[in-house]
Every structure is written in C-alpha cells, then in structure tokens.
Design a protein around this ligand. Sequence first.
Ligand SMILES: [Zn+2]
Length: 122
Amino acid sequence: MEKEKLEHFRILLQGKLDELLSGAERAVNGMSEAKDDNFPDPTDRASHETDRNFLLRVKDRERRLITKVNEAIQRIDDGSYGVCDICGEPISEKRLEARPVTTCCIECKKEEEEQEKGRGTT
Ligand SMILES: [Zn+2]
C-alpha cells in the first residue's frame, strides 16, 4: 500500500484509539464514583447493579477493540497492513475505510461466515 494511504489509515486508527481510551476512562471513572455512593433503597441498588454490569461489559468490549486498533497500527508499522491474513490478497480500501481494524478480505470473511452458518446445521 502507498505511504500516503498508510498514513491516512494510521491517523484514522489513532483517532479511533484516542476515542476508545477516553471512553474507557470515562466508564472507569463513573464506576469508581458510583462505588462510593450509598444506595439505601433496594430498587435503586438493583438498577445500579445492572448499570455496573453494563459498564463492565462495555469495558470488556472496548478493551478488545483497543487491542484490535493497536494491532492494526502495529501492522502499519511492520508493513503488513491491508493484506488479508487468510489468503494474502490485498484488502479493498473501501472495506478498510469502513472497518480499519479488519484483518481479512471480504471474500475470506464471507467464507468464514458461511462456515459458521454451516456448523451445527450439518
Ligand atoms: Zn482473503
């Protein structure tokens, strides 16, 4: 991939990473704040527990995304960015624009999904 294109995706990914990190920080801060609060009403407590579980899930999902974005930036650095992990063909730029963290081309992705669909039914 051309250097200019790689820089474009690096900026894209870096922006995504910053966004994710600040979001994760907000979630963590919100959580520690809530922990110090006292909830004498059992109804309040129940809804609060749900909120906290939600935050933990979001955090887990975000953590995975942060890892993916970091790996994508790593691939830009080592020159393997934009190449399909499975077949070794270049991934279309349109697909990279939509999902800059993707590691496989649309054909391999489709095939993977087909196989997953096939599993369990046959
Ligand atoms: Zn492929």
